[in-house]
Design a protein around this ligand. Structure first.
Ligand code: FAD
Length: 108
């Protein structure tokens, strides 16, 4: 089976990078495709307990994918990642900084 840590780091890089390049105003078709992508991703993710917990988290109130804009999608992905951080006892990431981390680069 894949290395869960290395798989996780690579996967978050892919997922946050997708939100960083997502349109500010996606059309309806892209929003539908994005929801399908996340749904398929959550079923195919090659760490079964991770995949199962991610699917459960998305079913909770307020946690369904928000894909109506880059800001919404980037925030949602940050919240999804934070749910895993909390589960693993890691520090939560400040979601006001997702864009600085994944799109524009740190300012210092
Ligand atoms: P990672 O958590 O991989 O983060 C990489 C970088 O992202 C960080 O250095 C930081 O700069 C940035 N970052 C951190 N938090 C955020 C955030 N909220 N928003 C934006 N950027 C952020 N591992 C398990 O052991 N059990 C699981 O159940 C599990 N479920 C997972 C589910 C999914 C969908 C994914 C993609 C991964 C899952 N993982 C799971 C892997 C886990 O999240 C980590 O990737 C892994 O533990 C390595 O952690 P890390 O400390 O190297 O940094």
């Amino acid at each position: 089976p894949p290395d869960v840590q290395a798989l996780g780091r690579s996967s978050w890089t892919l997922l946050h990078s997708i939100t960083a390049t997502y349109p500010e105003k996606p059309d309806g078709q892209l929003q539908t495709e994005t929801r399908s992508f996340i749904s398929a991703f959550s079923k195919l993710y090659p760490c079964w307990h991770c995949a199962s917990d991610f699917q459960q988290w998305m079913k909770e109130d307020g946690n369904a994918p928000r894909v109506s804009s880059r800001q919404e999608f980037g925030r949602w992905m940050c919240e999804a990642h934070n749910a895993v951080n909390v589960k693993l006892g890691k520090q939560e990431f400040d979601c006001n900084k997702w864009e600085e981390r994944w799109r524009t680069g740190w300012k210092d």
